[in-house]
Design a protein around this ligand. Sequence first.
Ligand SMILES: *Cc1c(COP(=O)(O)O)cnc(C)c1O
Length: 464
Amino acid sequence: MSAIESGNSANKLTRDWQDRDHRHYMHPFTDHKDLRGKGARIITDAEGVYIRDSDGLQILDGMAGLWCVNLGYGRQELVDAATRQMQKLPYYNSFFQTAHPPAIELSSVLSEVSPPQFKHTFFTGSGSEANDTVIKLVRRYWTLLGQTDKMVIISRKNAYHGSTIAASTLGGMDEMHKQTSILLPGVEHIEQPYYYGLGGDLSEDEFGLQQARLLEQKILQLGADKVAAFIAEPVQGAGGVIIPPATYWPEIQRICRQYDILLVADEVITGFGRLGEWFGSTHLGIEADLMPFAKGVTSGYLPLGGVLVADRVADVVIARGGEFAHGYTYSGHPAACAVALANIRILRDEGIIERVRDDTGPYFKQRWAALAEHPLVGEARSIGLMGAIEIVADKSTRARFDKDLKAGPTCKDFCFNNGLVMRAVGDSMIVSPPLVMEQDHIDELVDKAWRCLDLTAASLGHSE
Ligand SMILES: *Cc1c(COP(=O)(O)O)cnc(C)c1O
């Protein structure tokens, strides 16, 4: 490793940040013991699709922050929107029969850009809070309809729905379940539609149907009168960009309708353009009853989340419900709503979502697919502007490297040190770049990814 790659070039300022970071800052999703010897990478500023660290290294942000900085960094319009709103009305709430213009306006605009069944939005501060809200809305809905036994929510293994106790329960991450000793009752999980990992000898279409029918089996096992809802990400994100076979969602839709189960599409990642439509549901032909969202709604400039509520649910919970005893101090925060409005305006005015659909998405698909020719790559898949590659020891058997070799994390480190953010989920490498990427950024992303796969192969002593 060169000096840069091993981090020896860290200047004094960086070491000072790292030292204080280590002494005081408890990070989310971080093994601090593992971090101790290395020191955190300190990100100091960003512009466009690049971030910069405290040593001055410019890094192409292949993850758009955490799947959220859809417009890229440095958009003055978003800064101005927040500033103006903070000057005029920095905070007010919507509890107890009050409201304010930014939340009203944003809920109206959301009803324009979302599928036709959605006219109402409940705001939260994050995606996790949105999914806690989903649980309460679902149960409130069936209770108001007198079906008090319809309580169970079915989710999927390896799903990510957030990090509060309720959202961790909904998610299907084993490690999170292990550490959350009190899980919410009434949540069941079925297997995910992960073709590369679980498909075996089935065709993709057969596998999609088979995995969707796991939902039907679960409903029949529990009794349809006990099942309230099914929740899923249109494309699983944090689980490793799991793109379901084409047969999967239509069958899920049929099952939810047949057994009268609410369908919840967690659009926290796929909302606001990631798949080349305003919502991933539209791209995949899903007709959802509730759509939690967050992340891309503000391009991450301020925290905001919410749940889009279809008329079917709104007509019960809002129109004839009495008080819905739920809300957050920052539900519909005025500055966050103002930023979301500016964000949506830019997505519209600059045709960014159409560009993902017609231009950068297809270009990315073709360039990303070529990574499958790398000796280390078992599969390269993508949809819209999200992609995954599977690092394998043997392409023909799909055998993985020994876990102790940490092939994925090794590749991730090579990427960071060579100017690319690509995330590792086990030995899957994933990207979800800003939607404003141009074709030459995509070239840069794929070229760097190839080079870092070379470095990874060399460090693993792997040859074809
Ligand atoms: C990130 C994420 C969440 C949680 O959002 P937070 O804002 O981190 O609470 C929920 N669902 C999905 C699909 C996500 O990717």
